[in-house]
Ligand binder design. Structure first.
Ligand code: ATP
Ligand code: MG
Length: 391
């Protein structure tokens, strides 16, 4: 925080109970004014309260008030949080206290499943997710992309002039790479401990590189070296174009609700197990996106009057980062996707399809864990929205 200082009088007025306070610099895009507005969001953890300061106007925007839905796991740099219907992007810690307290607990790292490994091992993602779960690292974003030689040179800038760079570039650009943002205490070091040393021959049996690595170049995984490097790499990797099926292919899109963020790993693992069991069914795209409310309403327009509690259902998808998975490869791709996801109501899903995603993870008809394309005419719109129009 640099340019906002509360006045002495406002400080004197504070008579609330003592509570641990974390402060974040946020931006909210004001569509009417067509500009980002800056705020300081103060979170009072013990009393579950919130207060928002308008930096530009140097005044309170929202006086300190109860915030029962507080979920501190959502407050990390780069994430966005919907507060009173407005999507705040968290851009910085607003003071040293917050930074010290939270930056290690919410450290991010950039993990990549390299192309040779992603393509060859259908179970690699499951193994990886199991390790993340054991080490209490959360998946916050993920994306399937193919790097160009230019992308590779930018990402591996420190290695471009080294003798092994041509083979490194050839390998990393050779096919789809699965890029994963991980969040958690000591995420950078923990992920490196999970994958093991650069040379898979020196890795111990518990290291993922010993299982999936083939050589020093084809060592199956990437992990950021430091938190600073992680920030740089995340910036580059999540700006790449997400892969998806060619236009006019038969597709279905499954989208995980952002409120299930803490279970992203478990839901993805479950989904991938089920997808692997259907012959011909292929994951053609994986992409995280944080759409705005108006776009979600437009996207789900065809389901108004069909989905119970349509308004609340749309709102549930406007509450942070969604993970979208595009499926293709079989003629009855929509039916296959629907079978995997299960009936809309988790209670009915538990009776009819107990192994389906909604039966296992869904809570009710609003928080039913995942959306799935179930009308053929909508499939192209969904693929366009989650993958082709993505920035
Ligand atoms: P990564 O950055 O991919 O997580 P790392 O940090 O363990 O791996 P770096 O020294 O950063 O290793 O090298 C980046 C990548 O370049 C390695 O993962 C490997 O694919 C490749 N590489 C590194 N050293 C060599 C080498 N001597 N010969 C061939 N390839 C190498
Ligand atoms: Mg490295």
């Amino acid at each position: 925080m640099t340019d906002y200082l509360p006045s002495a009088s406002s400080r004197q007025r504070v008579t609330f109970a003592e509570s641990q306070k974390f402060s974040f610099c946020t931006t909210w895009f004001d569509k009417v004014a067509d500009q980002d507005r800056k705020y300081i969001v103060n979170i009072f953890v013990d009393t579950k309260e919130i207060e928002i300061m308008d930096v530009g106007r140097k005044q309170a925007f929202l006086k300190r008030c109860p915030y029962p839905e507080l979920d501190m796991t959502k407050f990390y740099l780069g994430n966005s949080v919907v507060i009173h219907g407005r999507q705040h992007n968290i851009v910085e810690f607003a003071n040293e206290y917050t930074k010290k307290a939270l930056s290690s607990a919410q450290e991010r790292t950039c993990a990549i499943v390299k192309p040779h490994a992603y393509g060859a091992n259908p179970n690699i993602f499951k193994d990886l997710l199991r390790e993340l779960h054991k080490n209490q690292l959360a998946v916050s974003r993920l994306q399937l992309s193919q790097l160009t030689p230019q992308d590779a040179a930018q990402f591996y800038a420190e290695h471009v002039s080294k003798p092994f760079y041509p083979s490194l570039q050839q390998m990393i650009t050779s096919g789809p790479a699965l890029i994963i943002e991980l969040v958690g205490d000591q995420a950078v070091q923990k992920w490196r401990n999970i994958i093991g040393p650069t040379d898979p021959r020196q890795a111990l049996p518990q290291h993922l590189r010993s299982k999936y690595g083939i050589s020093v170049t084809e060592n199956a995984f990437h992990g950021s070296a430091t938190p600073q490097e992680a920030e740089r790499e995340i910036q580059i990797a999540f700006q790449l174009r997400p892969l998806c099926a060619p236009e006019h292919s038969r597709t279905a899109v499954i989208v995980i609700e952002p409120t299930f963020k803490a279970q992203y790993g478990d839901i993805l693992s479950h989904l991938f197990t089920q997808i692997n069991q259907v012959s011909g069914l292929v994951v053609s795209g994986i992409h995280s996106a944080d759409p705005v409310a108006a776009d979600i309403d437009e996207l789900f327009k065809a389901y108004q009057g069909v989905i119970p509690n349509w308004r609340s259902y749309c709102d549930a998808f406007d509450d942070g980062v969604c993970i979208a998975i595009e499926l293709t490869g079989s003629n009855d791709v929509i039916q296959n996707a629907r079978n995997i996801v299960g009936p809309f109501d988790p209670e009915i899903a538990k009776l009819l399809k107990p192994q389906s995603v909604r039966a296992v993870f869904g809570k009710d008809c609003v928080q039913n864990a995942v959306f799935v394309t179930d009308i053929a005419e909508e499939a192209e719109i969904h693929s366009d929205f989650w993958f082709r129009c993505a920035e």
